[in-house]
Every structure is written in structure tokens, then in C-alpha cells.
Design a protein around this ligand. Structure first.
Ligand code: ZN
Length: 530
């Protein structure tokens, strides 16, 4: 089977999506998830476009990405100077990433109106930049910006631009449909011409979804010889988005006879899609092909009867192949194997107790139906198993908590929380102030327990996300809170769901702290007194 290389640009082009913003930690987490799935190229953006990005590159350099290649992104050299003298080119050459995606101009409209150079200088900019980076030991993926528009207007020069990059040593030549204007038949005609003009080049494809053909155009390009596909998870990207890798990968692997990722990681696709959505705090699309909650939901009576007779009657693929389920709200995490292995982490052997596993599975389904999401809430998932198996020891017994938010006339806002609890038969009343309810509750809890549970000192809340869940299940709108915490060794997530944002926050906070204390104690850190 021929392999199609998967090139992810979620962390560069994907972040151009309106309203999308990821912390450095979230970007790293996504890069790790992509690497674990076997994505060949992980594009990380400009090495030093701003301090946040420089920090991301520093941290990424220390990550073990396995066989995945971190890829830096940059433009061809500035006009009228040597590539080696251009600071941006030097930055690309000096960064740790073994691969550089180099974008260059092809279209007269841009060459004349945007960068204002003549055609010959543009060709030199392409070839000298590629040559420089190749000489510096980089694998170069050459991205020909606006290639399809350029090819429509002046095909000979457009091809010359690709030939310049190829002759200079680019490993991949990637025509880009930057404006997303192109339709599949045009992609086929264009890529066939490119193939003939550059018979020994390895070709890639980069498309956008402005004509809703991002996926179709990528697949058409593969049919015409492209062996590297650039896209983003869930199709995130500027305007209408980039080509959606989550739809492209199963099409390649299950319908077109190519190898893309591996069968093992293909079955993680649903989980990856949701993980990236939750991390980016974007509501998952329930109607997304392959991975959406409703992608294999069957409602009509005849469909259900057909499904029972043979699933192929009304399903284009078997949902398990991409880690999805039939008419279910179940994530990959709720699989039996996952429950057994997570229980083992807690020192509980469920191998010989299928009834208990079934009971936990049922509870997970019920909670997911209520709006819980365990993809990014590993701590809550673990606490759930602990509670269901009777292995859970609460940090304290709650009597009550109360939160008061004060808005002063001078504009200052202050939240105060009071917690009443029993710890080791001792009644404790503690208060805490904060800039919001979670912060105030967290402070009050620490004030109450820090002397008795020293491990709390090592736990820090690093991220807090709130989402109002759409009331599409016949219930009132509910609030979901996700909290991310760290003990400076690792991070974990927890989740709370309630109609009341403070109650949802409290739930996520307790899971986070109980899980964190267990981690720290297991590691041999500070001990609890309980
Ligand atoms: Zn793009």
C-alpha cells in the first residue's frame, strides 16, 4: 500500500480561525496528541514571530515527537538581498525543526501588487531560499501560494516557479489553493499538468474550504499523484477553514486504498477530533462526517430495521474504524479496555469483574449524555472510576459552601467564598478571596486544608474554560466547566456540569484537587494527614 504523508497545520493555519486562541501549553498538548497518532509533519508556525511563539518553539524542541517531524514555517527571502543575510531566513535555518515549510509567490497579481518584484527576481527568491535552507540541512516543503489561481492565468510561469523550487532541492512541491476558489475538476487538470512538468518531484496539496471543496480537492490531488496532504484537525482555519484532515484521513485509508496513519491510530480519530475541539474550546460539530456524534445515528424505523439486519444497509463505513459509535454519545475513553487500564492505574483490578466495568460504562454514558466530556478531563474520569468502585476517599466531608460576589462603585469586583467542612472529625470554617468564584473557592479550600494536606501546595490551577451547552436534548441549557491543573511534573483536566456555573466549577475543582493530591502523594511528594 502506498503511504500518504499527513501534514498537520492546525497550530499555524488552523489558529487563523476567527476567535481561536491557544495557550502555549495547549499547543504543546495538541502537538503531542498528533505525534502519538503518527502524523508525519506537525507545522508549528514561525519560529520567533513573537515571544509566545518563541516560547512554544523552545518547549517543543524538548518534546519527544517520535517519528513526527516538527516543521517551521516561513516566507522566501526578502527581495534584493542574499538569503543568508535575511534575518527571517536565518531564524528558520537556526531553529531546531528539521523541516521548513517555505511559502513563495506564484501569481502575477501578488508578485506585482503585493511584493512588487519582477518575475525573474521572484524565481531567484524561490530558488535561493530553498537552496540556502537545504544547505543548512533542512528538509524543505515548498508551498506555492495561490498556485491554482496563477496556473489559471499564466500556466507557464506558475510551473516555472515550481520547477525553481524543485531544482533547488525542495523535498516536496505543494501547490496551494490559498483562496479556496478551485473546484475538483480544475484541481485534477492542474495537478496532471504539474505531474507531467515535474515527473520526478514529490507533490503535496494544500487547500482551503471557501468553495466547500477543501476535502474533495485534496482527494482529487491525491488521485493525480499528490503524496502529502496538508490540512487541519476539524478543518479549523481562516475564513471557511482549511482542508479537514479528520475527513481526508479515513477517505484515504478506507476508501482509496492508501495507508494514512495506521489502523490503530485511525480508530483514535474521533477522540483526536474531540480532544482538539475541547482544547480549543470550540463546540464539537455533532454532524461532522465520520466523527460527529450523529454521524452514525439512526432514527427512522426502516433504517433501524435495516441496521439490525446488516449495518452496511445504512452506513458508509463501520463507525468503530474511526473510533466513533452508533447513535451514541460515547467517547473512546468509555471503552472497556480504557476503564480496565485506568482502574489499574488506581490499583484496582477490574479484569475479572465485567459487571463492574459494565456499570462504570453505563455511568459514563449517562454523564456524557448530560454534557460531561472526558476527553480532556482525565482526572474526572479517574475519580469516577474510584467512586464507582468504592476506592474513593474524599479529601473532606463538605457541610456547605457559599460564594458572594461584590461589585463596588469604584469598579473593583471581589469574590469571597466560605467553606464549612469536616476533616478528621474536626469542623473547619474557612474563607478565601479571589477575582472570581473558582479562584475564591480554591483559596478558601487551601486556607482550610493546607496545614493538613500539604500536597495541595504543589497543585496549581492553570486554565479554566466555561461553555454553555446547547439545549438540544430537551433539557434546559447547562454549563460545563473544564479546569486544567498542574503539579509542575504534568497536567490534568477535570470537568463539572450543572445549570449553575458555581456548582459546575466546584465539581471540577474538587476532582482536580483530589486527583492532584493523589498524584503528588503517589509520587512520594508531600503526604496527607488523612
Ligand atoms: Zn493555507
Amino acid at each position: 500500500m502506498e503511504r500518504i504523508q499527513i501534514y498537520d497545520t492546525t497550530l499555524r493555519d488552523g489558529l487563523q480561525r476567527e476567535g481561536m486562541s491557544l495557550s502555549v501549553g495547549e499547543q504543546l498538548a495538541i502537538a503531542q496528541r498528533l505525534a502519538a497518532a503518527g502524523v508525519e509533519y506537525i507545522e508549528a508556525g514561525f519560529p520567533a514571530s513573537n515571544p509566545k511563539h518563541a516560547e512554544f518553539f523552545d518547549l517543543l524542541a524538548r518534546e519527544d515527537l517520535g517519528a513526527s517531524k516538527a516543521t517551521a514555517f516561513g516566507m522566501t527571502r526578502r527581495r534584493g538581498m542574499a538569503a543568508a543575510d535575511d534575518p527571517a531566513m536565518r531564524g528558520l535555518a537556526e531553529c531546531f525543526a528539521p523541516v521548513v515549510a517555505l511559502v513563495g509567490k506564484t501569481w502575477d497579481l501578488h508578485i506585482e501588487k503585493v511584493i512588487r518584484v519582477d518575475r525573474a527576481e521572484n524565481l531567484r527568491m524561490i530558488s535561493e531560499s530553498v537552496e540556502f535552507l537545504v544547505a543548512e540541512g533542512k528538509e524543505v516543503v515548498y508551498d506555492a501560494e495561490h498556485f491554482f489561481d496563477a496556473f489559471g492565468e499564466h500556466p507557464d510561469y506558475a510551473i516555472e516557479c515550481l520547477q525553481a523550487a524543485h531544482a533547488a532541492g525542495a523535498a516536496w512541491i505543494t501547490p496551494c489553493d490559498t483562496n479556496g476558489a478551485t473546484l475538483p475538476a480544475q484541481v485534477t487538470r492542474t495537478m496532471d499538468t504539474v505531474r507531467t512538468a515535474l515527473p520526478d518531484a514529490q507533490l503535496g496539496i494544500h487547500t482551503h474550504n471557501d468553495s466547500e471543496c477543501g476535502v474533495a480537492n485534496s482527494l482529487a490531488a491525491v488521485d493525480s499523484g499528490a503524496r502529502l496532504v496538508q490540512g487541519t484537525i476539524n478543518g479549523y482555519g481562516e475564513r471557511c477553514g482549511n482542508a479537514n484532515l479528520v475527513s481526508i484521513i479515513p477517505a484515504l485509508a478506507l476508501k482509496m486504498g492508501y495507508e494514512a496513519l495506521t489502523p490503530d491510530t485511525l480508530s483514535e480519530l474521533t477522540s483526536i477530533s474531540r480532544y482538539v475541539a475541547e482544547t480549543a474550546n470550540v463546540a464539537p460539530d455533532h454532524w461532522a462526517p465520520y466523527v460527529g456524534r450523529n454521524a452514525f445515528a439512526h432514527k427512522g424505523g426502516m433504517h433501524v430495521a435495516g441496521m439490525l439486519a446488516d449495518p452496511r444497509t445504512f452506513e458508509h463505513i463501520s463507525p468503530e474504524l474511526v473510533g466513533n459509535g452508533r447513535n451514541m454519545v460515547v467517547s473512546e475513553l468509555s471503552g472497556r479496555g480504557t476503564i480496565i487500564s485506568r482502574a489499574r492505574d488506581l490499583g484496582i483490578d477490574l479484569e475479572g469483574d465485567p459487571e463492574k466495568v459494565q456499570q462504570i460504562l453505563a455511568r459514563v454514558k449517562e454523564l456524557e449524555h448530560m454534557g460531561y466530556q472526558f476527553e480532556v478531563a482525565d482526572a474526572s474520569f479517574e475519580m469516577l472510576i474510584a467512586r464507582e468502585t468504592g476506592a474513593h476517599t474524599p479529601l473532606f466531608d463538605l457541610e456547605s459552601y457559599r460564594v458572594i460576589t461584590e461589585q463596588r462603585a469604584d469598579g473593583v469586583e471581589m469574590t469571597e467564598a466560605t467553606i464549612k467542612m469536616v476533616h478528621d472529625d474536626e469542623r473547619i470554617v474557612a474563607t478565601g478571596e479571589g477575582n472570581g468564584p473558582v479562584n475564591a473557592l480554591d483559596t478558601a479550600l487551601r486556607n482550610a486544608l493546607i496545614d493538613r494536606v500539604p500536597a495541595l501546595a504543589e497543585i496549581e490551577l492553570i486554565n479554566y474554560k466555561v461553555r454553555i451547552l446547547d439545549a438540544d436534548r430537551g433539557t434546559d441549557a447547562t454549563t460545563r466547566v473544564l479546569i486544567e491543573s498542574s503539579d509542575h511534573v504534568g497536567t490534568w483536566g477535570s470537568v463539572g456540569v450543572n445549570e449553575n456555573v458555581i456548582a459546575a466549577s466546584w465539581e471540577a475543582l474538587i476532582d482536580s484537587l483530589e486527583h492532584g493530591v493523589r498524584r503528588v502523594v503517589m509520587r512520594g511528594g508531600a503526604s496527607t494527614a488523612r
